[in-house]
Design a protein around this ligand. Structure first.
Ligand code: SF4
Length: 705
């Protein structure tokens, strides 16, 4: 019996993890008679301790959804996507890629991966791009999510692991500065730690332009002007220095570069910072004192400050704060980034980034290239160098010297990329596009060939959560007849392109090779085995063969920099690339809502999540009134890149100068048709979080111009 002929087999209850966010809640999944699954929270998994959000509870619905793809599709003579067999689909992709490379050169083919792919897929996708396609052009949607915090972590600490401590440390912090994170909606089970922290008398300071449901829980809310995060951080540091609340001994012994930062912070006195950020100076002073006087203090950032064209500078400014207070490396203290996507951590470690080799090695490191080339059985000279970052890769599709043939796996850039209309046009201009997905996503609709892939409960693999804890995803059901796992797809593509060896279709074999590939690297997985993951409820990297229990806490004695010290960075702040003006008078900011996830390919198909609400734009009642709108109007928002329509929700929780829209919906409700593609100069992160907008038209209402 071939795997594609198998029925959906049922086993007993299986311990696995949620398919969505980086909290990776432990699930108990039991197959049901109808071919789907029943889901409960795993009370023995220490991270979520049984708690789930509505997305986790309903994750089974996509497994049996009527729109599920169950056979490969390819464009026929009429230009319509029609079913074909797997052999033909693979042959069509191989021919499309070969033709593009024959006409335009090897670099004319690219790969676009995703931050929800398992570690094994990430590893083999990077190897496939570099060894089979021999192209430098592979990047992924995690560039839109994690890259600014990752780049700042590497610069500040010498290593990027989202949380360098267990998430349970949150409960033990006396004060927390939470910047640009609406965790009550994006990962609700994490609130058990924040709740415990506040029950114990801890202070929670939330920085956000909106009074979000997370800010509602805070002891203090700093409602800053979008794009002024770094200025606020400089202001907080100014007060800490002025009031002698910094740790001079720690700075002297464990860091370098502070004096330049001290001098820079001197010009960010509270009155000036109030003028620039809109945060009252008394709140700036109070927040700094709360942090500086706390026995234990944490600084946490998320996409708010990170998804900006100065995202790296923003994060470095908050790292400066944590270092100046002498917090980093002590339990219940320090700096951490709350990773977003399901495998946002592992997805950035194992080679699908344009500049990276497995284990968080750099592609321009000669020793790493040699090591990896040896493992892959090629010459180091044949290993391509760094390629284009995600947006730059997409922006050059179909152009002269751009990529002409693209493979997309686990991503939906038509909805998730900034300046989305432009990116849709670039994708449509390709000579050849192949997409692997479970549904005919907005990106798959443009493809020449679509390959139906298995979902989370139908495959094995490993994921790495926001703490750097490596977990096992386990198969509960066999995929439906006609569907293959992504590992089987990579294996089939490699064969069709003449590389029959080196691309194992089993997750176990792929993980074994990944362990070898990361031995001795910064993100060392070599000592992590499936049995240890089971026994220890996940293993924290780095974990070499001798490291029992992995490394839950980093930076206790030294930083992984050449001299063992963390580095302060003096950063200049220039604000958002596009600020409101007479033509576009509002700040526009984007984010997630509780019942949807990322581009919505899965969650927009789950009945209970669809019923939870439509795409709504939030606007202050006074701003709405001035523009002639009332709550519930259908409004159209315009920016210099496009327009999109939303149901208006008026709320005093948002600044009067700011509009918020969620980014989960496509087509005329696509927030990313509005967002700015200005990139951070270091991380190449687009500025999703700030641009200038106007409210253009409304049924029965005036416009804001
Ligand atoms: Fe947990 Fe995140 Fe899944 Fe919600 S979406 S159940 S918070 S892993």
């Amino acid at each position: 019996m071939t795997r594609s002929e198998r029925q959906r087999q049922t086993a007993g209850t299986v311990r696995t993890h949620c398919p969505y966010c980086a909290f990776q809640c432990g699930l108990l999944v039991t197959p049901t008679a109808g071919g789907s699954v029943a889901i409960a929270g795993d009370t023995e998994f220490p991270v979520n301790a049984g708690a789930l959000c509505v997305k986790g509870y309903t994750a089974g619905e996509t497994l049996t959804h009527a729109e599920r793809l169950t056979e490969p599709l390819a464009r026929n003579a009429e230009g319509v996507l029609a079913p074909v067999g797997w052999d033909e689909a693979f042959a069509r992709i191989a021919a499309g890629f070969r033709l593009a490379q024959r006409k335009y050169g090897r670099e004319a083919v690219g790969v676009f991966g995703g931050g929800s792919l398992t570690n094994e897929k990430v590893y083999l996708l990077g190897k496939f791009a570099r060894v089979v396609l021999r192209t430098p052009h592979i990047d992924y949607n995690g560039r839109f999510c994690m890259s600014s915090a990752a780049a700042a972590g590497l610069r500040g600490f010498g290593l990027d692991r989202g949380l360098p401590f267990p998430v349970s440390d949150i409960a033990g912090a006396d004060a927390i500065l939470l910047v640009g994170a609406n965790v009550t909606e994006t990962m609700p089970p994490i609130m058990q730690y924040f709740d415990a922290q506040r029950r114990a008398g801890g202070q929670l300071i939330v920085v956000d332009p909106r009074r979000t449901s997370t800010a509602e829980q805070a002891t203090m809310h700093l409602r800053l002007v979008p794009g002024t995060d770094a200025v606020l951080a400089h202001g907080l540091l100014h007060v800490l220095i002025h009031e002698r609340l910094i740790d001079e001994a720690y700075i002297r012994e464990r860091t370098e570069g502070f004096e330049a930062v001290r001098a820079h912070a001197a010009s960010y006195w509270p009155e000036r910072v109030e003028r620039l950020t809109g945060v009252p100076q008394r709140d700036i002073v109070a927040a700094a004192r709360t942090l500086g006087l706390a026995g234990n203090a944490l600084v946490l950032t998320a996409r708010g400050p990170e998804q900006q064209s100065q995202g790296v500078a923003n994060v470095l400014s908050f790292i400066n704060l944590a270092l100046a207070m002498g917090r980093v490396g002590r339990p219940y203290n320090g700096y951490g980034c709350l990773t977003g996507q399901g495998n946002g951590q592992g997805g950035r470690e194992h080679g699908q980034k344009a500049d990276q080799l497995p284990g968080y090695r750099r592609l321009d490191d000669a020793a790493a290239r040699e090591e990896m080339a040896r493992l892959w059985g090629i010459s180091p000279e044949d290993l391509p160098g760094p390629g284009r970052s995600a947006y730059e890769l997409l922006d050059t599709l179909g152009r002269d010297r751009g990529v002409r043939g693209l493979l997309v796996m686990g991503s939906n850039p038509v909805v998730s990329a900034p300046n989305a209309t432009h990116i849709e046009e670039r994708l449509a201009s390709l000579d050849f596009l192949a997409v692997c997905d479970f549904f005919l996503s907005e990106t798959a609709r443009l493809a020449d060939v679509v390959l139906p892939s298995a979902q989370w409960a139908e495959e094995d693999g490993t994921m790495t959560n926001l703490e750097g804890r490596v977990l096992r995803r386990r198969q509960v059901l066999a995929p439906p007849k006609g569907v293959r796992t992504d590992l089987e797809i990579i294996n089939g593509l490699a064969r069709a392109l003449g590389s029959p060896r080196g691309f194992p279709a089993s997750a176990r074999a792929a993980f074994l090779e990944l362990r070898q590939a990361t031995a001795g690297a910064p993100a060392d997985y070599s000592g992590i085995t499936p049995a240890r993951i089971d026994r220890e409820r996940g293993v924290f990297w780095p974990c070499g063969p001798d490291a029992t229990g992995g490394t839950p806490r980093l930076f206790a004695d030294r930083f992984p920099t050449p001299n063992g010290r963390a580095r302060f960075h003096r950063v200049n702040t220039f604000g958002a690339a596009e600020k409101p003006d007479a033509e576009y008078p509002f700040y526009l900011t984007t984010g997630r809502v509780l019942a949807q996830y990322q581009s919505g390919t899965q969650t927009r198909r789950v009945r209970r999540l669809v019923a939870a609400g439509v795409a709504q734009a939030e606007m202050h009642p006074r701003a709405a009134k001035r523009a002639g709108f009332v709550n519930g109007n259908e409004i159209t928002i315009e920016t210099r890149r496009g327009r999109a329509s939303f149901r208006l929700k008026t709320t005093a929780a948002i600044r009067e100068d700011t509009i918020f829209v969620p980014f989960h919906w496509p087509d005329h409700q696509s927030a990313n048709r509005l967002t700015n593609d200005a990139l951070d100069p270091i991380s190449r992160m687009p500025e999703f979080k700030v641009c200038a907008a106007r409210v253009a038209v409304s049924a029965g209402g005036a416009d804001s111009r």
